[in-house]
Write a protein that binds this ligand. Structure first.
Ligand code: AP5
Ligand code: MG
Length: 215
């Protein structure tokens, strides 16, 4: 099953992609996580992406499409994947369509997580990440047991560079202008289900599963 999780910054795409992986064993393909890893490792892609990401802007489509095309060909994607943060523009959606058809795969569903802007800002400002194992916390709603440290590995938690106020504003603006139009793109193809992304992560996941089991 190949699924796209669509939604603005802070909507819970990463959180729900991990639930889908646990249930269906289909890997999360988070272009944001892949780019952050490239930045951390100092690769050519990472060097190009860092200043763009820090400002909350989008990496050019051709670069992103190449990264995803390569990732989709890895063996763990044989039974499907959850695309988190890709596609983000109509150009990326069109490119994905041709990549999937070239690889003889098909898109099964697009879930759009709907969350009002004030909640997004609250969530993002409280997000903390573990750079060692990727665990994500929310200091108000899902805090670590010991403030500032990962429950699983004990490592120090960090705040993403683009979770600072100015970058968040830019990310929200770009989502409305470039990514939100994908809802009508996928709705026209009969693939879109909108799910409220407000509530507990477990409650939201129940709704996602319902949407995926629709005939
Ligand atoms: P990316 O990493 O994809 O960031 P994003 O889309 O802005 O989304 P986030 O990761 O901020 O939010 P999320 O929806 O995953 O929410 P999460 O589950 O963490 O992209 C970053 C940058 O990379 C882009 O700005 C761009 O520069 C570049 N990029 C990436 N992909 C690209 C592409 N395709 N093309 C071009 N450029 C690209 O949840 C958020 C917080 O809320 C967490 O703390 C979580 O614990 C908490 N939370 C989750 N669910 C709930 C809930 N139900 N209730 C309360 N709290 C919750
Ligand atoms: Mg994410």
């Amino acid at each position: 099953m190949n699924i796209i999780l669509l939604g603005p910054p802070g909507a819970g795409k990463g959180t729900q992609a991990k639930n889908l992986f646990a249930d269906y064993q289909i890997p999360q393909i988070s272009t944001g996580d892949m780019l952050r890893e490239a930045v951390r490792r100092g690769t050519a892609l990472g060097k190009k992406a860092k200043p763009i990401m820090d400002q909350g802007r989008l990496i050019p489509d051709d670069l992103m499409v190449g990264v995803v095309e390569e990732r989709l060909q890895q063996p763990d994607c044989a039974n499907g994947c959850v695309l988190d943060g890709f596609p983000r523009t109509i150009g990326q959606a069109e490119a994905l369509e041709s990549v999937l058809s070239k690889l003889k795969k098909r898109l099964d569903a697009v879930i759009s997580l709907e969350v009002p802007e004030e909640k997004l800002i609250e969530r993002i400002s409280g997000r903390r990440n573990c750079p060692n194992d990727g665990t994500v916390y929310q200091v108000y709603q899902n805090p670590p047991k010991r403030a500032g440290f990962c429950d699983k590995c004990g490592g120090g938690l960090v705040q993403r560079e683009d979770d600072k106020e100015q970058a968040v504003k830019e990310r929200l603006k770009i989502y409305s202008a470039e990514t939100a139009p994908l809802k009508s793109y996928y709705s026209k193809r009969g693939l879109l289900t909108s799910v409220s992304g407000v509530g507990t992560p477990a409650g939201i996941y129940v709704e996602i599963k319902k949407a995926l089991s629709k005939p």
